[in-house]
Design a protein around this ligand. Structure first.
Ligand code: SF4
Length: 379
């Protein structure tokens, strides 16, 4: 039976981390191991944004490994496609993660600067894609995602965090197939030793989620069963795990347990800690009732992060749409027309090139996108 350890960290993060790992009953790190820590450093956001794994937790995990005699500890990540290639290192330097590595005398690596292994013909995946060699060359892989929601997949927890192991150029292709199925297929290839979900920030991150209320702070979830860890993460946020495709499909694929009644949860009780997050789609519907985003299922984060973040900013500043408005993104649109629409990103432009009602680019320029969306709104 799957075991999931759930604790409140209190003021001593290292002690909390040790406690949550001990709760799983597993010996995660052995003397001499090469350990890869894979956090979520999607963007160079603030440590307490809820959008990235907190550098404090990354440091605690690295110390834990060193204290248990790990031979080598590496912090590795391949940030979002949304970041221009020239900015990828900033996801380590601006977040303070590079300083964590310096303090501890360990390495941090941007996967994109190192070797990848090529996969072809994997069912449910793009025809060809590359996965960082680091995940195959370590003795222990510690998957360290953050507790947050997601516009497309409802949540982004341990299973989806492994998408950061793909080569940057291959990430958009995963959005052109069924994303949840592709994430599950990727989870068959990359098998973390343990998954520790960071619920320590006081806010729940997500692109487009303005439900930034104090909720679920100081929590850690750990399990060697990646599906079970995600299922508990969903339940904590008030989301039924059965309704989340990555979790349901992961269980069906035999990757783990999704039913909370069929797992052992040690430490805290989920029902005592659960809260309700505002999902990004719900929030957008409330802020902009006349807005329809068409093609989002095929769009990658390169378009979705600037689009949803811009809408969030405009909504928070009290802007409202002048009239019903359509945004086309992610694929060559059909049936667009009239005045009140915008095509976002080169995928939505097809072969049309520079045309009115469009923001070109792959990914599109955030400032231009914000300005064009604002033009469709009133105070
Ligand atoms: S145009 Fe947008 S959706 Fe298409 S690949 Fe580029 S960033 Fe992704």
């Amino acid at each position: 039976m799957a075991t999931v350890s759930l604790i409140r960290t209190g003021n001593d993060l290292y002690r909390g981390l040790t406690g949550v790992i001990d709760g799983t009953g597993e010996e995660v790190v052995r003397a001499g191991d090469t350990v890869l820590i894979k956090p979520n450093l999607v963007e160079p956001k603030a440590a307490d944004s809820g959008d990235i794994t907190t550098p404090g937790l990354i440091e605690a995990v690295a110390r834990y490994c060193l204290d248990r005699g790990a031979g080598r500890v590496i912090i590795g990540e391949g940030p979002s496609y949304y970041q221009p290639e020239s900015d990828l290192r900033k996801c380590f330097t601006r977040t303070g993660v590079s300083r964590v590595a310096e303090r501890l005398g360990i390495d941090w690596v941007l996967f994109d600067e190192h070797a990848y292994r090529t996969f072809r013909g994997v069912p449910d995946c793009p025809p060809e894609f590359r996965v960082t060699e680091y995940v195959f060359n370590c003795d222990c892989l510690i998957n360290l995602p953050v507790l947050k929601t997601h516009f497309q997949t409802t949540v982004t927890l341990a299973m989806k965090n492994l998408k950061g192991c793909l080569k940057r150029e291959d990430k958009p292709q995963f959005h052109r197939v069924n994303l949840a199925q592709a994430v599950v297929a990727l989870n068959r290839i990359i098998r973390p030793t343990i998954n520790i979900i960071d619920g320590t920030p006081e806010v729940i991150g997500s692109i487009g989620n303005t439900g930034r209320r104090r909720a679920g702070a100081g929590l850690l979830i750990a399990s060697t069963d990646i599906v079970a860890a995600d299922a508990v993460g969903c339940a904590l946020m008030g989301i039924d795990p059965a309704e989340v495709d990555t979790v349901a499909l992961g269980a069906r694929a035999g990757l783990g347990e999704s039913d909370l009644t069929r797992m052992t949860i040690v430490g805290e009780e989920v029902k005592c800690l659960e809260f309700r997050v505002a999902l990004p789609r719900e929030h957008l519907r409330q802020s902009f009732p006349g807005l329809e985003i068409i093609g989002a299922e095929q769009a990658c984060s390169g378009c979705l992060i600037p689009l949803i973040s811009s809408l969030r900013l405009l909504g928070e500043s009290g802007k409202r749409l002048r009239k019903p408005f359509h945004v086309y993104v992610g694929e060559e649109p059909r049936g667009y027309g009239g005045e009140a629409y915008l095509r976002v990103g080169d995928c939505a432009l097809g072969d049309d090139g520079e045309v009115p009602h469009a923001v070109s680019g792959c990914p599109p320029d955030t400032k231009t996108l914000l300005r064009r969306l604002a033009e469709a709104m009133v105070d």
